[in-house]
Design a protein around this ligand. Structure first.
Ligand code: SF4
Ligand code: SF4
Length: 441
């Protein structure tokens, strides 16, 4: 299969980064790569979706990797997986899982799923700040993305299902597979969980995932987890603070100890981040002169600076986030000049996941491998957002009243970076707007 043939198949199937980023998968395929890294690091605490998928379908993940390797001419692939996950899966470092893919064990530190950190840890290569992994000859795909690529190539299946962990303050955490577009409320009824008072629901990991409204949210191609967590733990209190309070607190209370910079995982591999300096400018400087803080663009938002390093609950991450939004609006991009030097003390400053879990207040919710609940489930109504990916929204191809069958294309990719969307149930189209399509049985 040629690279263009593979691109066409996965574009038709609507494959996007299933790890949370939602980058259209075909856009990542490029000539010139020599290595594929499968991101199965399961970056944040409480997430088990990748583990569950690999437990059931590791051979299909490897088959998806082989399709990519064959089409791109890549020489070798690595399954990047943390030691404890590999142990549970019965995998050993260096073990072959297919003709061109071997296991690469990763230490259990946070944020190992950040692809820049993953590439450095697995291969010793540093992606220059502001550039993509292909600049160092690497393509990274999440393991669920490769599973979807396998289904697209081998079975001509479109992307309509999502592997989701439900965890946190629930009676029994579990992993399940649900149709994309399922209303979260519907899922809560079906699987019997709720959001108690003084708790919130997070889409994704506890540190990086946003708070969502369970009454209106739906499962999308990038939903990795639904976590129910109390509003009193550090992981959540930091999300609830408004920018003005974050900025005032930062400028008034920072003692410039620079621990946030010393622990920043990207600074440790030589990225030009100095969070202790950005907090000095948290009041207004960056609004007037965002170009002076352009290195903010390379912060991955992991939150170590705020949730672990700072003893004063100051959030350099939130300040960087505000600058990033301004830079994006002004279309200002960071371009790196000069050498990149890894901190010689990096190995000793990496943050063990166990410690991170304790610091952010979620350790008590990690009770080990959750239940696997793969019972057949199909909602009677779905809502498909037209933007479940990075890039331009898909364009609806159906009208109110049309009958559609499960797997059918209902919205088409537009532009260079976009993705097709398919219905996960058979039924009649009830609503089509510029932001979503509703289908009911
Ligand atoms: S969130 Fe903080 S620790 Fe993480 S990359 Fe950004 S500055 Fe560094
Ligand atoms: S760790 Fe906190 S107090 Fe220390 S420099 Fe960073 S923001 Fe300031």
């Amino acid at each position: 299969m040629t690279i263009d043939e593979l691109k066409n198949i996965i574009t038709d199937a609507g494959c996007v980064g299933a790890g949370g980023a939602g980058f259209p998968s075909a856009v990542k395929l490029a000539e010139g790569a020599d290595t594929l890294v499968i991101n199965a690091a399961e970056c944040e605490p409480l997430l088990y979706s990748d583990y569950a998928l690999m437990k059931q379908h590791l051979a299909d993940v490897a088959a998806g990797a082989e399709y990519v390797i064959e089409a791109t001419g890549i020489r070798h692939g690595y399954l990047g997986v943390k030691e404890h996950t590999a142990h549970r899966l019965g995998l050993m470092d260096g073990e072959a899982i297919s003709s061109h893919v071997t296991v690469k064990l990763l230490p259990d530190v946070y944020p190992m799923g950040d692809e820049i950190i993953l590439i450095y840890q697995a291969l010793g290569r540093i992606v220059p700040p502001g550039q993509l992994p292909i600049s160092v000859g690497v393509i990274v795909f999440n393991c669920e993305t490769l599973y979807n690529i396998c289904l697209a190539v081998r079975d001509r299946q479109t992307v309509t299902q999502k592997w989701v962990t439900v965890g946190g303050a629930v009676r029994q955490p579990f992993v399940t597979v649900v149709p994309i577009g399922t209303p979260v409320k519907d899922m809560m009824q079906k699987f019997g969980f709720s959001v108690p008072e003084d708790h919130v629901m997070i889409d994704g990991g506890p540190a990086m995932g946003p708070i969502i409204n369970p009454d209106t949210a739906v499962i999308t191609k990038t939903t990795k987890a639904l976590l129910i967590l109390p509003t009193t733990i550090p992981a959540i209190t930091s999300k609830l603070a408004v920018n003005r309070t974050v900025n005032t607190h930062a400028t008034a209370n920072c003692c410039q100890c620079r621990l946030c910079t010393d622990m920043c995982p990207r600074a440790l591999i030589g990225y030009p981040l100095e969070p202790h300096k950005i907090v000095r400018n948290a009041k207004s400087m960056f609004e007037e002169y965002p170009e002076q803080f352009i290195e903010s663009a390379v912060c991955c938002g992991c939150g170590i600076c705020e949730l672990t390093a700072c003893c004063q609950q100051i959030s350099p991450r939130r300040v960087y986030q505000q600058v990033k939004e301004i830079l994006a609006k002004k279309r200002l991009r960071y371009q790196h000049k000069g050498e990149i030097k890894v901190d010689p003390e990096r190995e000793y400053r990496m943050l063990p996941s166990e410690r991170f879990k304790q610091r952010i207040g979620v350790a008590k919710y990690d009770t080990g491998v959750p239940e696997m609940r793969f019972e057949a489930y199909s909602p009677t109504r779905i809502l498909l957002p037209l933007r479940q990916h990075v890039g331009t929204p898909a364009q609806p191809m159906v009208h109110v009243g049309d009958y559609v069958t499960a797997g059918q294309l209902v919205a088409e990719a537009t532009g260079l970076i976009s993705a097709n969307i398919h219905t996960s149930i058979s039924g009649r189209v009830q609503d089509v707007t510029s932001s979503h399509i509703v289908i009911a049985v």
